[in-house]
Ligand binder design. Structure first.
Ligand SMILES: Cc1cc2nc3c(=O)[nH]c(=O)nc-3n(C[C@H](O)[C@H](O)[C@H](O)COP(=O)(O)OP(=O)(O)OC[C@H]3O[C@@H](n4cnc5c(N)ncnc54)[C@H](O)[C@@H]3O)c2cc1C
Length: 428
């Protein structure tokens, strides 16, 4: 670190709350940048939604969650029990503030700002991993063979192809491929595929859980303190922050809130209401899938991913808006194998294991990364929704720059919480 940088640093003692991929990436980045780091996690590291994602480092995920097409189909989704998108009736009213904001994100100005805000992050996401991977001996877990979206109907392919100019306008490499070319790349795909889209710069993590665990191991080996306890509240007392857990009060000079979906509950105690919803997703891990893919393949209709991983083929996706603590419906995970067979006819579901995780979803699809204006000792990084693995390392770089008072690698204005809280004087 340069002398100039260290002079500008306000404080070097930071406690990170949450040891999912976002919190661990921040903790490791800060540790490497010379901060004294403590991590507080209520469970083991990487047992939240970071445990089971699709491992797809996707440049292409730059669109907000709502779309005109989705709104048209909303009544159907509300009634469906097993579609790719489900809204549980008892969650529908809780989702209203989110839904209102998700729809207003479709206004032309907001929409463009969201695309540009997400593309600024996804376009530099892959490159941001290198130092963390080297520090954690995890270089072998990331590869960059690109990613495919495959379609079984021309209508689906045409609809998706309309986004090509948008991706290309942000410098994201996306090209339409014929069915023959796609099957050359992925011979296991069915003859019914009509074509698809290839993102040549997208990447893959072959074991998302292991990635975070290797980060944690490096931190622990270097003597970083991990506290296993549940955070109940935080208090900014001016000279420092008090973190109240179930069993103790930890004093920190600065704190980073990175507790995924649960960050919303903690902020509410801080009088900050964030319109975050629980968007649950499922995976089905197939240790003996009987087919080999070279890269993540997203099936276009319905939309979910198949990613080759160290432990087999992982089918992952779907959106189920439901209370985070409601019992999982593992039938939704098993449904993925039936749907995937339309694309991969030789797929075997032997010994499949299902899993469910809660995506922290904000209505515009942008993550929340910043420092509370009213409490400069409190920083936050959460709400990464479908992109948390992809954006973990760039989020960590941004956070380290923020805490050092340095220019961040991307303009952080779009990710500030104030975008939801313009009338809330506590953060303004
Ligand atoms: C099916 C599925 C597929 C996905 N596929 C992809 C993909 O291919 N690519 C991609 O980029 N993203 C993907 N995602 C999204 C990605 O997994 C998430 O965005 C990311 O994991 C969020 O990480 P996080 O660290 O914010 O949250 P978490 O992993 O949930 O971590 C939060 C941590 O905070 C801890 N915590 C919570 N409350 C407290 C408390 N009070 N006290 C102490 N600790 C607390 C939790 O125990 C947890 O460990 C997918 C998600 C799903 C569900």
């Amino acid at each position: 670190m340069t002398e100039k940088a260290s002079k500008r640093m306000t404080s070097r003692d930071v406690t990170v709350l949450g040891a999912g991929i976002v919190g661990l990436s921040i903790a490791l980045r800060l540790h490497l940048d010379g901060f004294k780091v403590t991590v507080v996690e209520k469970s083991e590291p990487m047992q939240g939604v970071s445990f089971g994602n699709a491992g797809y480092l996707s440049e292409a995920n730059i669109f907000p969650p709502a779309s005109p097409d989705m709104l048209r189909q909303l009544p159907k989704f509300m009634l469906s029990k097993d579609g790719p998108l489900v809204i549980k009736p008892d969650y529908a009213t809780k989702m209203l503030p989110w839904a209102v904001k998700a729809v207003s994100a479709l206004k032309p100005n907001s929409y463009q700002n969201i695309l540009s805000g997400l593309a600024s992050l996804t376009s530099v996401a892959y490159a941001s991993f290198s130092e963390l991977l080297e520090a954690a001996n995890a270089v072998h877990l990331l590869t960059r063979e690109g990613g495919l979206v495959a379609f079984r109907t021309l209508a689906g392919l045409e609809a998706k192809s309309r986004a090509l100019p948008t991706w290309n306008s942000f410098g994201l490499a996306a090209e339409r491929l014929s069915a023959d070319l796609i099957r050359d790349m992925e011979p296991e795909l069915s003859n019914e595929i009509v074509g698809g889209i290839f993102f040549k710069n997208s990447g893959r993590c072959s074991n998302p859980r292991a990635l975070g665990e290797l980060y944690a191991r490096r931190l622990i080996e270097d003597g970083v303190r991990f506290v296993r306890d549940e955070v109940r509240g935080i208090e900014d007392v001016g000279s420092n922050v008090r973190i109240h857990t179930c069993t103790e009060t930890i004093t920190a000079e600065r704190v980073v809130l990175a507790m995924g979906f649960q960050t919303g509950a903690l902020l509410a105690k801080f009088d900050v209401k964030v319109p975050m919803v629980s968007e649950r997703g499922y995976h089905l891990m197939l240790p003996r899938a009987g087919v080999r893919l070279q890269r993540p393949v997203v099936f276009g209709e319905p939309h979910f991913a198949a990613t080759p991983m160290d432990e087999g083929l992982r089918l992952a996706g779907t959106a189920e808006f439901a209370r985070a603590d409601a019992p999982p419906n593992m039938e939704r995970a098993h449904m993925l194998a039936r749907l995937a067979k339309r694309y991969l006819p030789n797929l075997s579901g032997i010994d499949a294991t299902p899993w469910m995780g809660v995506r922290p979803s904000l209505p515009d699809g942008l993550p929340a990364i910043g420092v509370m204006r009213s409490s400069p000792r409190v920083a936050y990084a959460f709400g990464h929704a479908h992109n948390g693995l992809t954006l973990s390392a760039i989020t960590a770089r941004c956070m380290s720059a923020l805490l050092q008072g340095l220019a961040a690698p991307v303009d952080l204005q779009p990710y500030r919480l104030e975008r939801f809280l313009q009338t809330d004087r506590s953060t303004a």
